[in-house]
Ligand binder design. Structure first.
Ligand SMILES: [Mg+2]
Length: 197
C-alpha cells in the first residue's frame, strides 16, 4: 500500500523569489521551479509515495488528469523528467463564494479528509505539502508547510519523510467524519495514470 503525498503547487514547487526572477519562463507558461521538482522526486522515491494533487491547479486538468492548458502541460513534462506522475486529485468542495473570494484554504482540509475517507483502506500513511494554514488540527499533524517566499527545501523534505516513515497509521487519531457531500463534487477518485507522449 502506498504512502500518499497531498501536493499543493504554488509556494511549494515555486516561490515568490523564484517567480520574481523567472519572468521569461512565466511568460512561456512555465510556473514551476525545476529544482523543487527534483526535491519532490527525492521525497517520493525515499518514501514510495503516490502524488495526489490538492492544489487549485486541479482546475487545469480534466477528471482523468489530462492537462487542459499550457501551464498544466509544462508541469506534467517537468514531473516526467524525474519519473513522477500525478495519481489522483482531491474532490472539489468549493462553493461559489469560495471561488469568488479565492479562499480555497477554507475547504482544502475537508477535501483532503474526504479523499482519505474514500481511500482509507488502501493507503499506508499520508503527508500534506502546503504553504498555507489549512485550519484543521488533524491535517496540521501531517502537514509540512514551506515558506512561500522560498518553496520546498531539503529540510521540508526531511520533515515529510519523518511524518511518512516514523509514524505508523495506528498511532493516528481516526480520520474525522465525512464532510457533507456538496454539489460539484468531482475528481475524488484515486485515478492512476501514467503520462506518455
Ligand atoms: Mg500554495
Amino acid at each position: 500500500m502506498p504512502n500518499i503525498l497531498f501536493l499543493d503547487i504554488d509556494g511549494v514547487l515555486n516561490s515568490i523569489l523564484w517567480n520574481d526572477s523567472h519572468q521569461k519562463e512565466i511568460c512561456d507558461g512555465t510556473l514551476i521551479d525545476e529544482d523543487k521538482i527534483k526535491l519532490l522526486a527525492s521525497l517520493v522515491k525515499e518514501t514510495d509515495s503516490e502524488i495526489i494533487l490538492h492544489s487549485g491547479w486541479r482546475s487545469w486538468f480534466d477528471t482523468t488528469l489530462n492537462p487542459l492548458c499550457t501551464e498544466a502541460d509544462k508541469l506534467i513534462a517537468l514531473l516526467e523528467k524525474e519519473n513522477l506522475h500525478i495519481s489522483g486529485m482531491t474532490p472539489d468542495l468549493t462553493t461559489e463564494k469560495i471561488r469568488k473570494t479565492k479562499k480555497f484554504s477554507l475547504v482544502k482540509a475537508d477535501e483532503i479528509l474526504l479523499w482519505l475517507n474514500l481511500h482509507n483502506s488502501c493507503i499506508t500513511n499520508w503527508v500534506v505539502l502546503d504553504d498555507l494554514d489549512l485550519h484543521n488540527k488533524q491535517i496540521k499533524r501531517h502537514q509540512v508547510k514551506p515558506d512561500p517566499t522560498i518553496g520546498l527545501t531539503p529540510e521540508n523534505v526531511k520533515q515529510a519523510v519523518k511524518i511518512l516513515l516514523d509514524n505508523k497509521r495506528g498511532k493516528f487519531t481516526k480520520i474525522i467524519a465525512l464532510p457533507q457531500k456538496r454539489d460539484g463534487l468531482r475528481a475524488g477518485h484515486f485515478c492512476k495514470k501514467t503520462y506518455s507522449k
